[in-house]
Design a protein around this ligand. Structure first.
Ligand code: UDP
Ligand code: MG
Length: 140
């Protein structure tokens, strides 16, 4: 266990239903601190770059269309074991499999429109944070 940073995204299904504050309350209540944050709308090409690891998956094009369809809130969460803790608070990718009390169980609409993104490893967290933020924009 150590202090980590992870990239969190509040996805279009959640921003358009005005759930940003409700979702971020969950992170804060669990002890994660929002140390950088901005609201923006991705171009489809930017979504494609961000999700490049999934480019061969059947859901890739639909995912990138969806992620660029409305604003997102991108943010950096900081705290003890932040990468795994964030994923635990988020719940499973498919909300039908997500544990009770997780963000995806409570807010997601389906496996694509599942309200939040979270980095899955230290390596990806560093890459994903750098995709959206400069060091100057991250303030503990
Ligand atoms: N996704 C989808 N269909 C699938 C699997 C994933 O639409 O069968 C979408 C969903 O929005 C998911 C994202 O693609 O959050 C990235 O997939 P990943 O397997 O990395 O899930 P995550 O890490 O977000 O739980
Ligand atoms: Mg993932």
């Amino acid at each position: 266990m150590s202090i980590q940073r992870t990239l969190s995204i509040i996805k279009p299904d959640a921003t358009t239903r005005n759930l940003t504050g409700s979702i971020n309350a969950r992170f804060e209540q669990a002890g994660l601190k929002i140390v950088a944050q901005k609201r923006l709308q991705l171009a489809k090409a930017q979504a494609e770059k961000f999700y490049e690891v999934h480019k061969d998956k059947a859901f890739y094009n639909s995912l990138c269309e969806y992620m660029s369809s409305a604003p997102v809130v991108v943010q950096v969460l900081s705290g003890e074991d932040a990468i795994a803790k964030n994923r635990q608070i988020m719940g499973a990718t498919n909300p039908a499999n997500a544990e009770i009390g997780t963000i995806r169980r409570d807010f997601a609409q389906d496996i694509e429109r599942n309200s939040v993104h979270g980095s899955d490893s230290e390596e990806n967290a560093a890459l994903e944070i750098a995709f959206f933020f400069s060091q100057l924009e991250i303030v503990e």
